[in-house]
Structure formats: structure tokens, C-alpha cells
Design a binder for this molecule. Structure first.
Ligand SMILES: *Cc1c(COP(=O)(O)O)cnc(C)c1O
Length: 421
């Protein structure tokens, strides 16, 4: 039996209706931008395995640094001990994070980074004897699949069975350059009617919504409203962090900086799962007390795993290298050119791009997991490119190390796909 057949016996895949889609392709190898399946077919990983493997798969330098750490210290409880990799990572991160961030808290994945951020915000107010329980979030935002993260996520089509257990969230539209006044009015109304603890947002780019890009100026106005009303601002940079938008973090494009930032995905370069919730000194100080109960009692067994920290340190080192920075500029420029080239095609409704993120909306009806998506997915895979369309949106988020030839192939299959839709 091959892997595809053996898979079916005991495995349950995420985001899958197994009755409709019983098969999963078995990947046996990944190097650089190339994925190889069990039959030896190769595919360009044009979405960096969900925006993680930005320095390429099985990156030699990152593996080497990770292996070194494995031989030195594998795992130690972070509630009672500390270690060099966590310390060094906190130092390296604070240097590149948006201004004001000063404390690093470890989690295991993007959802729990958000979960910790939500709990931090709630307890910040609680410790200050200010009872606030409602959150503000964008329509169509995505923040993860644990209960708190699911609550603030606006893409709730699949949250049906859980809805009555979710925390109270009020939604605002994303700023588009002309609706800022309307959003601020909505915020004012929410703020008079409810005690708002925090505002969580994907800065500038909403990934799961289909790489939707919103207006930086409008977002800045929302953030300054929040600051004026002691509403804590939580930037979910799980997808946008580490160079994707052309800056180290999307929050660098926006004048008003967040109180809390969630990081994961490219943080550990696609090698090991880990996440971080960072915050300002002001947030941290609200948990300092002679009273134990005012501390933050949120912990994961593998918090600050030394091996994952070493991987993250190596990733940041690469991010800051002139080679990667030049690649980011090169890809960004290529997206711009492709966008110009394809924009007027009759099958294209709109294109948008920021940094290494590119998205194209087809001139067809939006169906998140419909037939068109299946047809496109197969079309791309048959031509050796892994792209994962979201409804009628095709998006690219290639590893920074992709060659110009490989990137052109990605553009080419997208252009060819326009003929079959
Ligand atoms: C992926 C993602 C998450 C969830 O991260 P997981 O590691 O999958 O739990 C949260 N927020 C954003 C913006 C994401 O892109």
C-alpha cells in the first residue's frame, strides 16, 4: 500500500470533509521551494506551506543551528528555569518589533498566541479593577480555532456548533479609505453601550479572508480611538509578521503601534511549531503585585522550547540578511509587474499586492469551498504548482528564496488558469 492508501486507515485531517474528499497527497520531501510527492512529482510551494517556510524548506543554515541546539539543551520547564535561546530570542525580537513592545510571552501556535492575548487584555482590566468583557474585531477576520480565537474570528460559517459558547464580540468593517467616519461612529456607539476590553485585528492584510488589504490611515484612526478609550489593541501578526508586507511587521506601516502582538507561522521558519505574544511594559506592569493571583496563569508545557527558540533566532538572522531583504524587494517588484500585466484581463476582477503577498479575484461568484476551487487546485497541481485558492481568490505568498524562473512559472500557470474559469 502506498502512503495515500495507508493514510485513510487512521488519520483525520483538518479542514476536510472526508466523505467528499477522502484522499490526501503524500509529500515525501521538501527542499527550497520544491515539494516532492510519493510518485516523484514536483510542485512549487507558492504559499510557503501556509506562510511558514519563508526561507525555503529544509534550509541548511536553520537546520544546522537547530541541530546545534538539540545537542546542547532539548527541553526545560520555562515556569521554573530560563535559558540562553529564549533570552537571545527575546533580545533579537525586541530589536525588530514595532516600538513599545518590551515583553515576550511564549505559546505553541497562532491560536494560543491569540488566546493568551485575549486573556492578557481581560486580566489587564481586571487587575486594574475595571471590568471590561467585550472585544471589537473586524468582519471576516481570522484569528485561529481555539475558543477565544474562534470568538474573535469573523469567518464564522464553520463555528455553528460552538456559537453559544463564544465571548461577546462586536464587529466593524475594515477601513477602505472612504468609510472611516462610519467606522468611528460605530466604535463610539459600541463604546457607550459596552465595556470594551480590546480590539484585535490583522494589520493591513486579512489572510484567510482572501488576502484582503485595507487602508493604513483608516486603521490608524481606529487604533488612536482605542488608545484614547483604554481599549487595548492586539495586532495579530501571525500571518503578516517577518517580512511578508515588505516591512519586518505590518504594524511598521501604521503610525499607532499596538499594545499586544501575536506571532507564529514564519517565526520558526516552517521547522518547529511555536508562537509568541509580545506586549508593552505597561501591560506587563499590570500583572506585577504581591498578590499571586494578579500574575498571568497561562502556560503551555513546551513554552519557550529551546530548540524552537534556536530555530527562530536563525530565522530572524536570515530575515535581516541583505540577501533576504533584496529578495523581498525583488518579489515585491515582480508582483507589481505581474499585477500590471494581468489587471485588465476580462476574467480578473481585481488584483492587490503588498510585499511578497499577491492576490487576484476572479470575475466569478465567491464560493469558499466550491467546485471552482477544486478545479483550480487540480489545474495548478497538474502543472506543478501548489496554490490554494480561497473561493474565487487566487493568492501567492512564495518563499523569499524563490528563483525568478520559479516565480515566473507561478505567474504563468495563474494566467493559464484564467482560460478555464
Ligand atoms: C494562521 C493564523 C492564526 C492561527 O494560527 P495557528 O498556528 O494555525 O493556530 C491566527 N491568526 C492569523 C492571522 C493566522 O494567519
Amino acid at each position: 500500500m502506498n502512503l495515500k492508501q495507508r493514510d485513510k486507515k487512521h488519520l483525520w485531517h483538518p479542514l476536510k470533509q472526508h466523505q467528499l474528499h477522502p484522499e490526501s497527497l503524500a509529500i515525501v520531501k521538501a527542499k527550497g521551494c520544491i515539494l516532492t510527492d510519493e510518485n516523484g512529482n514536483e510542485y512549487i510551494d507558492a504559499i510557503s506551506s501556509w506562510y511558514t517556510s519563508m526561507y525555503g524548506h529544509c534550509n541548511d543554515y536553520i537546520i544546522e543551528q537547530t541541530y546545534k541546539q538539540m545537542q546542547q539543551l532539548d527541553q526545560i520547564m520555562f515556569s521554573d528555569f530560563t535559558h540562553e535561546p529564549a533570552i537571545k530570542l527575546s533580545e533579537d525580537l525586541i530589536k525588530i518589533l514595532p516600538k513599545g513592545q518590551n515583553k515576550i510571552f511564549f505559546n505553541d501556535n497562532g491560536s494560543t498566541a491569540v488566546e493568551a492575548a485575549i486573556k492578557m487584555a481581560l486580566q489587564f482590566h481586571f487587575n486594574n479593577n475595571d471590568s471590561r468583557s467585550v472585544f471589537i474585531a473586524f468582519e471576516n477576520g481570522f484569528h485561529g480555532d481555539t475558543f477565544g480565537a474562534m470568538s474573535v474570528s469573523g469567518l464564522s460559517v464553520y463555528n455553528g456548533p460552538f456559537e453559544e459558547f463564544l465571548i461577546d464580540v462586536k464587529r466593524i468593517p475594515t477601513p477602505n479609505g472612504s468609510n472611516t467616519e462610519q467606522i468611528l461612529d460605530l466604535l463610539k456607539t459600541f463604546n457607550t453601550k459596552h465595556s470594551i476590553a480590546g480590539f484585535i485585528y490583522e494589520p493591513l492584510v486579512q489572510g484567510a479572508a482572501g488576502m484582503k488589504i485595507h487602508d493604513a490611515k483608516g486603521l490608524n484612526d481606529i487604533l488612536s480611538f482605542c488608545k484614547q478609550h483604554q481599549i487595548l489593541t492586539i495586532a495579530d501578526e501571525v500571518m503578516t509578521g517577518f517580512g511578508k508586507t515588505g516591512q519586518h511587521f505590518a504594524s511598521h506601516h501604521i503610525e499607532t503601534k499596538p499594545d499586544i502582538i501575536c506571532l507564529s507561522k514564519a517565526l520558526t521558519a516552517g521547522l518547529i511549531p511555536m508562537a509568541i505574544t509580545s506586549c508593552t511594559q505597561n501591560i506587563y506592569d499590570a500583572f506585577l503585585s504581591n498578590d499571586m493571583a494578579k500574575g498571568f496563569f497561562h502556560c503551555h508545557t513546551y513554552s519557550a522550547n529551546p530548540i524552537a527558540c534556536a530555530t527562530a533566532i536563525a530565522g530572524i538572522e536570515l530575515l535581516l540578511s541583505s540577501e533576504i531583504q533584496q529578495n523581498i524587494k525583488r518579489i515585491s517588484k515582480a508582483h507589481q509587474d505581474f499585477s500590471h500585466h494581468i489587471n485588465n484581463h476580462p476574467k480578473v476582477k481585481a488584483t492587490r499586492h503588498l510585499g511578497v503577498i499577491f492576490a487576484l479575484d476572479l470575475n466569478t461568484k465567491m464560493e469558499r469551498y466550491g467546485d471552482l476551487r477544486e478545479k483550480l487546485l487540480k489545474f495548478f497541481m497538474d502543472r506543478g504548482v501548489f496554490l490554494r485558492p480561497l473561493g474565487n481568490t487566487i493568492y501567492i505568498q512564495v518563499p523569499y528564496i524563490i528563483s525568478p524562473g520559479e516565480l515566473n512559472k507561478v505567474y504563468q500557470v495563474i494566467e493559464e488558469a484564467l482560460e478555464i474559469v
